[in-house]
Design a protein. Structure first.
Lengths: 354, 261
């Protein structure tokens, strides 16, 4: 018992000492502003218990997101390939890294990531958290081509970053873990839920006749049947955050999820992207093969090709698809564009602070 | 449903308290929870993760097929004693066979040990099949479990999917989706509750009881309606007659397996 008392006193001193030493560490807790529809219809956002959101952490993450210091030659930031004007995607088919080398997949847009309760990131789902996702591009040889040792040393040597880390995390010793935590915090604030269709659901906007027919095509199992993978008005992420082979190729060259899992049954499966902000996220598909939404719709309507792992949800594959009428295609496109939110890409909270 | 759960929980508490105060010599009845363990087979051959996409089955119509997905919802697990008293937590469970999610389910209610007839609902009955109200079904690991409002809204009962060799020897996808039957040719849409009441039989519930619930997936294609995948490979959700047939076939799909104490 005496040992217990001594230990208690000792630990009290330790806490007191820490608190004295880190008296600059008073981060401001932040709760995400949950959009009305998300709050009504969806599960709460997934915020890691070891990375709670703070104002200081988010601000630091935003600064890092836009700072090319993370790349080996100081020329590329996260935002280079995740441009806010493109809903944090890249208008190029493939992004080009610091050595001029092209990647192999289209840059994914970034929004509503805190509602990815499956916690699978990248087209092939190989990262199981936003923090782990942010680890990769820095060392990827065809992206930032840096080492984390070098990146954190560069940050450590700056005049301002150590203090910013101290304010965000209570230590001025910069590690890759803290860098990715900060970036993930910023990314979790990228919320898009104020499109025309959101307003329609909230009774604040009306749809045109074409847009109304478009949602009917989307929700009709005999026509678009888009909802099984891309959600519905009651699931307004507009993605299932899971993986499908959507009939792009007869021969699978990019293994997608299967390349990560090693399971041949998952060769050629890629994550369904959200249909929000399609107006800004062209080109489309994991390899950016389609420049326009018309090409995407034509693919599902008459361009499907069989391969061994094609999702059974792809219908009438032997005929290329369900062959939508031209009117239905135009209406479907009109509806899809109602899911884009002009204010998202210009949201001042998301812009370059540097 | 929550109201019922509270009522029954209260009832159990009262029963337990009554037993204690009425007769001190009677041993205290401690309510217990019950585990349900869902297993799946094709006419007796177990269906496990490794069987999906690989094991070839033949349905009653003679069509060769593989499975890619079996996900289904059960609700209202009910324990009815010989006095006719029912205990029902009013909750639900979404089973994903391939991903092995929720294969074990413990209804959120504790009941006095004893003999019970155990039953549940496949899918949601109309009382529970309310559009949009379950966030964990609006956003499942498989995405939305919802049914479009044009088909009456609410939620899927099951998504069973796979591929079969059609009558032109082409490998073709099928989507055997069970929902509430709906006829969109009428205004308003005609709806018919096609959830399936399943009675497993009598079970003795003790301190640590696990009840195996067996699904024979072959039965979905067999009895009383021999399913012709060439005629009905998919697009079944808006097909009123198909949903009735699915519901009829579902009556023989589930059975009581092992009960362990």
């Amino acid at each position: 018992m005496r040992y217990l008392v001594v230990a208690s006193i000792l630990s009290s001193f330790l806490f007191f000492s820490c608190s004295e030493k880190d008296d600059g560490y008073t981060p401001t807790p932040v709760s995400l502003e949950i959009p009305q529809l998300f709050g009504q219809l969806l599960l709460p956002p997934t915020i890691p218990s070891d990375n709670p959101l703070t104002a200081e952490g988010i601000a630091l993450g935003k600064k890092l997101f836009y700072d090319p210091i993370l790349s080996a030659d100081g020329t590329q930031a996260c935002a280079t390939c995740h441009d806010p004007q493109a809903a944090f995607s890249d208008t190029r088919k493939f992004s080009i890294g610091i050595d001029g080398i092209e990647g192999t997949r289209n840059s994914m847009p970034l929004f509503n990531l805190a509602w990815n309760s499956n916690q699978n990131f990248f087209w092939d789902g190989r990262a199981n958290s936003l923090e782990n996702q942010a680890l990769e591009p820095v060392e990827n040889p065809i992206e930032m081509h840096n080492t984390w040792g070098n990146a954190t040393a560069e940050l450590q040597a700056t005049a301002n970053y150590p203090e910013l880390f101290s304010k965000a995390f209570g230590t001025d010793v910069i590690t890759k873990s803290l860098v990715t935590k900060a970036i993930a915090q910023f990314e979790m604030t990228l919320i898009s839920a104020n499109s025309k269709f959101d307003k329609y659901l909230l009774g604040e906007a009306t749809l045109t006749e074409s847009e109304s027919n478009g949602i009917a095509v989307f929700m009709d199992e005999t026509r678009g049947d888009c909802f099984h993978c891309h959600g519905d008005p009651n699931s307004p992420l507009w993605t299932d955050n899971t993986f499908h082979n959507n009939g792009l190729d007869a021969t699978i060259t990019d293994l997608g999820l299967g390349g990560f899992s090693g399971d041949p049954r998952e060769f050629g499966l890629f994550k369904s992207p959200s249909l929000r902000n399609l107006a800004y996220t062209a080109p489309y598909m994991h390899d950016g093969r389609f420049q326009t939404l018309d090409e995407v719709i034509n693919h599902y309507s008459e361009g499907l090709v069989y391969s061994e792992t094609i999702d059974p949800l792809m219908k009438k594959v032997s005929e290329g698809g369900v062959h939508l009428t031209e009117e239905d295609k135009a209406d479907l496109k009109a509806f899809l564009l109602t899911l884009s939110e002009p204010g998202f890409r210009n949201n001042p909270d998301f812009q370059n602070p540097n | 449903m929550k109201k019922f759960a509270l009522f029954f929980a209260a009832a159990v508490s009262i029963i337990a308290v009554s037993c204690k105060s009425d007769d001190d010599s009677t041993p205290e009845v401690t309510p217990v929870s019950v585990d349900l363990n869902f297993t799946h087979n094709w006419d007796g051959s177990n269906i496990e993760n490794a069987d999906f996409e690989t094991t070839q089955y033949t349905n009653a119509n003679g069509e060769e097929l593989t499975l890619s997905k079996i996900v289904y919802l059960i609700s209202d697990v009910t324990f009815t004693n010989s006095a006719g008293e029912s205990f029902d937590a009013g909750d639900y469970n979404l089973v994903n066979v391939r991903e092995e999610d929720n294969l074990t389910f413990t209804p959120g209610i504790q009941i006095p040990p004893g003999d019970y007839t155990v039953s549940f609902t496949f899918g949601f009955d109309d009382e529970d099949n309310i559009d949009a109200v379950y966030p964990d079904l609006n956003q499942t690991p498989e995405g939305s479990w919802g049914v479009p409002m044009m088909m009456g809204g609410g939620y899927h009962y099951m998504r069973l999917e796979g591929r079969f060799l059609d009558n032109t020897s082409t490998i073709t996808g099928f989507q055997y989706h069970a929902i509430r039957a709906n006829d969109q040719s009428t205004t308003p849409v005609t709806l018919q509750d096609t959830s399936i009441p399943v009675t497993l039989g009598q079970v003795t519930i003790g301190d640590n009881t696990t009840i195996e619930v067996k699904m024979n997936a072959a039965e979905w294609f067999k009895n009383p309606n021999q399913w012709d995948l060439n005629a009905l490979p998919g697009m079944l959700m808006p097909n009123f007659a198909a949903q009735i047939m699915i519901s009829e076939n579902g009556a023989s799909v589930f059975s009581l397996g092992a009960v362990t104490q």
